[in-house]
Design a protein around this ligand. Structure first.
Ligand code: HEC
Length: 170
């Protein structure tokens, strides 16, 4: 291709240029360069379109930016598609919530809070049953504020936290 191009170009330069320099040369150059461009682009376009319509490529483009994985589940199977940068949101344990929200009062006994590990104090309350303790923890009781001030806690999380307190106070 290139050799042929150079050969013809030489021919035009030596002979054709003398006769009708502008028209012939311009015609020749525009024709060959157009063809060359087309040929050069062909594999590229084919590759690009093939890549853009493949299932994997579409899945990658429409995949959500982030994904949530539940602790104990594989991130990939939980999302189903390509999980590039999964944000792992672990379910909070009773211990996590206790330390974050309850320890301030229940470790020190502040405001008369029954202390963690105080078997006697918690035995009396545990006898009411977990459901009853959950109900008073949600509504609040005396100096114990509603939800123990854990305003983003879910009911199961609060229940787990109370269970954590009871487990560590017997
Ligand atoms: C501001 C201090 C404070 C915080 C924070 C706090 N508590 Fe309490 N809690 C108390 C006090 C005081 C009591 C005792 C209330 C009473 O019986 O007079 C109490 C009692 C309880 C009881 C017993 C309720 C009953 O029915 O006898 C439970 C259960 C409890 N708290 C759970 C929690 C949990 C879970 C958290 C954290 C999510 C928490 N508390 C955070 C002060 C607090």
């Amino acid at each position: 291709m290139l050799q042929h191009f150079l050969k013809v170009l030489k021919h035009y330069l030596l002979t054709g240029l003398r006769e009708r320099p502008n028209v012939k040369l311009i015609k020749f150059i525009s024709k060959t360069s157009l063809t060359a461009c087309f040929i050069a682009l062909l594999p590229g376009t084919a590759q690009v379109s093939a890549d853009h319509t493949s299932a994997a490529s579409i899945a990658a483009r429409i995949a959500p930016i982030g994904s949530i994985c539940i602790q104990g589940q594989s991130c990939q199977s939980a999302v189903g598609v390509v999980a590039n940068d999964p944000i792992t949101v672990a379910a909070r344990s009773g211990a996590d919530i206790y330390n974050a929200a309850c320890a301030g009062c229940h470790n020190t006994g502040a405001a008369g809070a029954p202390k963690l590990g105080d078997v006697g104090a918690w035995k009396l309350r545990a006898d009411k049953g977990l459901d009853s303790l959950l109900a008073t923890a949600i509504s609040g009781i005396n100096a114990m504020p509603a939800w123990g001030l854990c305003m983003d806690c879910s009911e199961p999380e609060l229940r787990d936290t109370i269970q954590y307190i009871l487990n560590n106070s017997k």
